[in-house]
Design a protein around this ligand. Structure first.
Ligand code: TXA
Ligand code: MG
Length: 340
């Protein structure tokens, strides 16, 4: 299959809409990461997403909508007052909410679950694509399963060339990590996957918010994840990633670097001078920029042929929680604590 890479002109959007209505898959930008979209109401089209990604069939997809009216046909009952408050506060934007699903949503989308994850992206190209196609779009991140999520069209092409007919190029993604996934089943909203909307932001609207234990910890043997996506190896480049935490992280990274071959350091901008002439990529000045740069840097590490990737960390608060959730998985929980 020939893969076209197009700027999101009105002609390109019309072509993408046609492809989606015809049951094909199109990659498109959102404010979080690039998505691999298909008509969410067409089980055969959704099947092509799983095939293109090599995604395990038991990992459900997020359904993307453009406006509030698009929600009702996807869900089994009226959203609760709390759900409505969160939607009013954060849609369009990087928040995914889980609802009981309606019969219209094929079980292929939800991997057999009786709930459906829905999000309203804010990115103008994603918005335009949903409106032009006239259908809700089921879309996971547009990476091959297990690889870092793509935050540029070139990253998508790297994984999807020959596997999808069209990639819309909307430039680099602003947020850089995926949406916050929130389960509203219990008494308190629960973050299953941290992302662009922070716990504090949710607390400000819903008065309380829990973060699932699995966000920062590996699942124990036989432990069942609340979100199927939590159990898979994720976001990993080919090089081996190790995360360094604590006051003496820089010194420890330098020691490890000097003992390794073909190593690469991912560092906060302010620490770069301390590494001298060692090979480094900057993650920018703070947690926000780290979120925006992390996935792209992990892919860049592969392009540079790095075998050992040594990465600094940030505090697990605010968007830093999303950064550490992705980084710990990319590192398969290889963490060095460097307090003294
Ligand atoms: O920002 C994003 O959310 C991006 C862009 C493209 O919108 N999409 C994305 O999709 O990250 P994906 O498929 O890579 O991640 C979806 C996550 C998975 O961890 C999945 O297990 C979880 O959402 N999920 C989906 N439906 C669910 C459900 N019904 N219950 C619990 N978790 C669900
Ligand atoms: Mg993904």
């Amino acid at each position: 299959m020939n893969t076209e890479l197009l700027s999101p002109t009105s002609e390109a959007l019309a072509r993408a809409g046609e492809l989606l209505r015809a049951g094909e898959v199109v990659a498109f930008p959102t404010e979080t990461v690039y998505g691999l979209g298909a008509n969410a109401l067409d089980a055969a089209a959704v099947e092509k997403i799983f095939a293109a990604k090599g995604r395990p069939g038991d990992n459900p997809l997020i359904v993307h909508i453009a406006e509030a009216n698009d929600l009702a046909p996807l869900i089994a009952c009226e959203p609760s007052a709390r759900a409505r408050a969160l939607m009013d506060a954060f849609w369009p934007g990087p928040l995914t909410l889980i609802f009981p699903k309606s019969a219209a949503v094929p079980s292929r989308v939800t991997a057999g679950l009786d709930t459906v994850a829905v999000r309203m992206p804010e990115h103008p190209v994603a918005q335009a694509l949903i409106r032009t196609s006239g259908v809700p779009i089921a879309a996971p991140s547009a990476n091959r399963s297990g690889r870092p999520s793509p935050t540029t069209a070139a990253d998508v092409l790297e994984d999807m060339a020959g596997r999808v007919p069209l990639i819309l190029d909307g430039g680099p993604c602003r947020v850089g990590v995926e949406s916050t996934v929130v389960d509203l089943k219990g008494d308190t909203p629960r973050v299953l996957r941290p992302g662009g909307v922070t716990r504090a932001q949710i607390e400000a609207v819903a008065s309380a918010c829990e973060v699932d234990h699995a966000v920062l910890h590996p699942l124990g043997d036989g432990e069942k994840p609340r979100s199927p996506g939590m159990k898979y190896k994720h976001y990993a480049p080919r090089g081996e990633v190790t995360v360094f935490r604590g006051k003496k992280a820089v010194e420890n990274i330098i020691r490890r670097y000097d003992a390794a071959q073909n190593a690469l350091i991912l560092a906060l901008e302010g620490n770069l001078p301390r590494y001298g002439s060692r090979r480094c990529l900057s993650l920018g000045p703070d947690a926000q920029s780290m979120a925006a740069n992390l996935f792209h840097s992990l892919r860049e590490a592969d392009r540079m042929g790095a075998q050992t990737i040594l990465c600094e960390s940030v505090e697990s608060v605010g968007v830093g929680l999303a950064v550490m959730n992705r980084l710990l998985r990319a590192a398969a929980f290889r963490v060095v604590d460097c307090e003294d």
